[in-house]
Design a protein around this ligand. Structure first.
Ligand SMILES: C[S@@+](CC[C@H](N)C(=O)[O-])C[C@H]1O[C@@H](n2cnc3c(N)ncnc32)[C@H](O)[C@@H]1O
Length: 223
């Protein structure tokens, strides 16, 4: 599955940013609500962006913390190439090519963020990753994950997808919608309660779902 995920993002990197707003309702709220919830009050947090890709999540983090020192970690060189260009004038942004399932940084971070990435992992990998994230955070560290959520009930799950497809058809061609549906075959989203359990089980004292709309959810954890 890893090779398939990496290859998929390498292949669509140059066009990745083009249609994100057509895929995600309430786009700005989805990316801002987790950043807004952060308790960190300093000016220059150390931040790790897991699956940072083209830098969308980091760009929203920088709206609130323009002087943040961010490391974007991603195993797609092609996605990171877009992010390098996006942040070329910001010396506080660093890039690491690698798989976050095995990446063990020597430093700690005040904040870990992730956007639409962790749902590619298996259930056990998600549990293990939550433990790793807990381990790289400072004692008051926080984690924000804007990701996918699955309904445990299949009827409701299908309904969420039908709503989303209707939303996409308002601005995208039938071919583009079909292309998106095909790209979803590498997604492995989890139910909301399970995602909260991953955080609690890893040791987070606060674990909340801050936002949910159709298949999209935003999760927050604090040590
Ligand atoms: C849908 S993109 C999201 C990019 C960005 N965070 C955003 O919100 O637009 C998912 C990114 O996660 C990366 N990714 C997925 N699994 C990964 C892993 N195990 N290690 C590192 N990067 C991973 C992919 O290469 C891709 O760039």
């Amino acid at each position: 599955m890893t090779d398939e995920v990496q290859a998929s993002f390498d292949a669509r990197a140059t066009r990745y940013d083009e249609n994100r707003r057509n895929l995600i309702p309430n786009f700005d709220e989805y990316y801002r609500i987790g950043v807004d919830a952060l308790a960190y009050e300093g000016i220059s947090p150390r931040v790790l962006d897991l699956g940072g890709g083209t830098g969308l999540s980091t760009s929203y983090l920088l709206e609130r913390y323009p002087e943040a020192r961010v490391t974007l970690l991603d195993f797609s060189e092609e996605m990171l190439a877009i992010a390098r260009e996006r942040f070329r004038d910001n010396p506080n942004i660093g890039f690491a090519v690698g798989d976050y399932r095995v990446f063990r940084p020597a430093e700690t971070f005040d904040i870990v963020i992730s956007g639409l990435s962790i749902h590619h992992l298996s259930t056990q990998e998600k549990r293990d990753l939550a433990v790793s994230i807990f381990g790289v955070l400072t004692p008051t560290g926080e984690f924000v994950n804007a990701d996918l959520v699955r309904c445990a009930d299949e009827h409701l799950e299908q309904k969420m997808h039908r709503h989303l497809h209707a939303f996409m058809r308002a601005t995208m061609s039938a071919d583009e919608v079909e292309h998106f549906i095909v790209s979803q075959r590498i997604d492995r989203p989890e139910p909301l309660e399970d995602q909260l359990d991953f955080l609690h089980s890893a040791g987070f004292t606060v674990a909340e779902c801050l936002y949910r709309y159709w298949i999209y959810g935003v999760f927050y954890g604090r040590k």
